[in-house]
Design a protein around this ligand. Structure first.
Ligand code: 5GP
Length: 113
């Protein structure tokens, strides 16, 4: 089912777009948790990581190629950054369209809260 992220991809809702191509779309998180906080999403509407199938391998691989490219462009690659797919309630997923958080620009702790 379409979410707010589809409206952002379709440019019905404004967002600070960082990158887009035929398979994926990246924009700045409206509530950033670090100096750089970008959401990288596939154009395909996949609700959660639990819904990923083998036919999605190429698109997921594409996200993993693009994430470090974006991190390098944002100047956070050398010091380090975090890539996170929150999945369902325990992880705090709030939008049912998988999104890779690219978070960086500050030191982070582990384990996550
Ligand atoms: P989740 O908690 O599902 O892993 O992450 C969803 C993220 O989407 C949150 O970090 C939240 O701030 C962001 N978000 C929710 N609605 C919007 C919106 O309308 N625009 C943008 N740019 N980010 C949003």
């Amino acid at each position: 089912m379409a979410t707010i992220f589809t409206k952002i991809m379709n440019k019905e809702i404004p967002a600070a777009i960082v990158y887009e191509d035929e398979h994926c779309f990246a924009f700045r998180d409206i509530n950033p948790q670090a100096p750089v906080h970008i959401l990288l999403i596939p154009r395909k509407e996949i609700p959660t990581m639990n819904d990923v199938t083998p036919e999605d391998a190429k698109i997921l691989g594409h996200l993993m190629v693009k994430a470090p490219e974006i991190a390098k462009k944002e100047g956070i690659a050398d010091k380090g950054y975090r890539l996170v797919f929150n999945t369902n309630a325990h992880a705090g997923q709030t939008v049912s369209h998988i999104h890779l958080h690219i978070i960086g620009g500050r030191s982070m702790s582990w384990p996550p809260g």
